[in-house]
Design a protein around this ligand. Structure first.
Ligand code: FSO
Ligand code: SF4
Length: 540
């Protein structure tokens, strides 16, 4: 196997024997082949569109889910990945019948095989099959960006929101990563276009969330526990949260959020449920210890799954694009109501969660809530009470070096306000950072996809201050990444023209030297050093 798609990749270069995340070689092989056949079917759908033929929405959805299933920590279940390959090939054969001109299709679009042949084929379609290091780097950068985009699209699709233009781009871009005639420059241009569609995808999801669940608002979230048995819901899918809250109402079972699902607490629509308890635990990588203590069932709606201990494996449930061998999976198509009754029945047999924390945290500062505070914020900037904003968001992870972000928040000058999204916030969201004239020094906009909110806020501030360039705003970007959703967020920021982003704790292994140099020269991207030097460089 070879995989270098996430920040924790072995030795900072690539997982070759087994994944640091727990992905086994046989699962990695099926993911490689799934990506290959998904690129193949995308070549066919793109060709069909060129012939003026429509592509069914179900095909768009399937392609999107395939990409999502290969994101770090989403799906460890070889059988479900194998089924996806098989179904993709079947769908592709049907589509090929509708295509008049098959001459220019890539090999990935032509290949077919029985499940017995998948393992052998997989060996020939891995990342390292692209020999030129720079082309490989760009192809992977684009593919990972598209995986991130797919994750956000999937959540919008689950709320019955679709955008054919985004799907058509996603599929055409996937097909282009098979095209040996594209130069490095072509691929760089494609990566920027991917960023543009990243913005569009996040906007689609933002509208879907806001229109269905209301705009996030300032919310105090409890960290302690109640006395009832409970279900913990993790991941990012708010439609799943909605269905779970509806089905647990009046059952005596509480629902707690975990990790990125914390953002669910900020939406008005969910506040009407008295059994919607607080947030339990921290970022994804601490789940082994925390899920043990939760005592009740845990529903993973998306990544990040850590291979579970036997002691609570029977309490871990998956749904959507996620999967883990031996864990029960709740099915359900978009528009269907998923049946969570088995999970609820299990919860009733479990003790209430063990308390691991007490107190509260505050969040809900997505664009509408920040706009409501705009006058106060602008005044504070004009008076100098707020000197700068620091965008410090993205992903958290296991590496010890990530304590940098806790130290950074602690040592930050007192006139700096942090804007955050994603699970990176767990490195500092329980610190007492205080406020500036009533404006909290930590403004949490929500999930990593709510990076869109931060972009909208930045563009609004640019307008209010009458600036020509987004980079003239007093905003510093110090972003931590882990998996591929962070890649689409990065590409989206680059597309919006944001420069001088600091990316840590380490730069992606999939960026070749030349691609890194391109990003440094054109966008001023850099890594991080140490807290004191970086604080000096950013704020003095
Ligand atoms: Fe975190 Fe995991 Fe949002 Fe990611 S829970 S790491 S970027 O899946 O999705 O920030
Ligand atoms: Fe390694 Fe990350 Fe790939 Fe897992 S997702 S195999 S940790 S590079």
């Amino acid at each position: 196997m070879f995989c270098y798609q996430c920040q924790e990749t072995a030795c900072g270069t690539g997982c070759r024997v087994s994944g640091v995340c727990g992905k086994k070689p046989e699962v990695a092989a099926m993911q490689d082949l799934l990506i290959y056949v998904t690129k193949g079917i995308s070549n066919v759908t793109t060709s069909l569109r060129k012939e003026g033929k429509d592509v069914d929405i179900e095909v768009n959805h399937y392609i999107t889910q395939n990409l999502f299933a290969t994101i770090t920590n989403a799906n460890f279940d070889k059988d479900s990945l194998t089924d996806r390959i098989k179904h993709t090939l079947e769908l592709k054969e049907e589509l090929l019948k509708k295509l008049d001109n098959k001459e220019n299709l890539f090999e990935a679009a032509r290949w077919n095989g029985e499940p017995e042949s998948y393992a052998i084929k997989a060996v020939t379609v891995g990342i390292l099959e692209t020999k030129d290091e720079d082309i490989r780097s760009m192809r992977e950068l684009i593919t990972y960006g598209l995986k991130g985009l797919a994750a956000y699209l999937k959540h919008a699709n689950a709320l019955l929101r679709d955008n054919e233009e985004i799907d058509a781009f996603l599929q055409s871009a996937l097909a282009k990563t098979l095209d040996d005639s594209l130069s490095l420059e072509d691929l760089i241009a494609l990566s920027m276009e991917t960023g543009k569609f990243g913005v569009d995808g996040m906007a689609l999801l933002d509208a879907a969330h806001n229109e269905r669940f209301g705009a996030p608002e300032i919310t105090k979230v409890d960290l302690g526990v109640r006395k009832n048995p409970a279900i913990l819901i993790s991941g990012h899918d708010l439609r799943d949260l909605e269905m779970l809250l509806e089905q647990t109402a009046g059952t005596g079972v509480d629902v707690y959020t975990h990790s990125e699902m914390l953002a669910g607490q900020y939406y008005p629509a969910f506040k009407k449920y008295p059994h919607f308890a607080g947030n339990y635990g921290n970022a994804w990588w601490k789940q082994k210890e925390e899920f043990e203590k939760f005592n009740g069932p845990i529903l993973m709606t998306t990544n990040c799954i850590v291979p579970p201990a036997e002691s609570y494996k029977d309490r871990l449930w998956t749904t959507g694009a996620t999967g883990y061998p031996g864990c029960k999976h709740i099915p359900g198509e978009y528009g269907e109501v998923k049946d969570f009754s088995e999970i609820i029945a299990q919860a009733k047999t479990c003790p209430a969660p063990t308390e691991i924390e007490t107190g509260t945290i505050v969040g809900g500062f997505a664009h509408e809530q920040v706009f409501a505070l705009a006058d106060k914020i602008v005044e504070a900037v004009k008076s100098g009470a707020i000197r700068k904003f620091l965008v410090m968001g993205g992903c958290d992870g296991r590496m010890k070096s990530r304590s940098y972000y806790t130290d950074f928040a602690n040592k930050l000058p007192k006139d700096v306000v942090i804007l955050t999204v994603g699970c990176a916030k767990y490195k500092f969201n329980k610190l007492d950072l205080g406020d500036i004239g009533g404006i909290p020094r930590l403004l949490d906009a929500g999930q990593c996809n709510d990076s869109y909110s931060l972009a909208v806020i930045a563009l609004k501030l640019k307008e209010i201050f009458g600036l020509d360039d987004i980079n003239d705003l007093p905003i510093v970007y110090n972003i931590s990444w882990y998996e591929q959703k962070a890649v689409i967020v990065l590409l989206a920021l680059l597309y919006l023209g944001v420069k001088n982003i600091h990316l840590g704790p380490t730069l992606p292994a999939f960026l070749s030297e030349n691609v890194t140099n391109f990003l440094v020269e054109n966008f001023g991207i850099s890594g991080i050093t140490n807290v004191d030097d970086d604080l000096k460089a950013f704020f003095e």
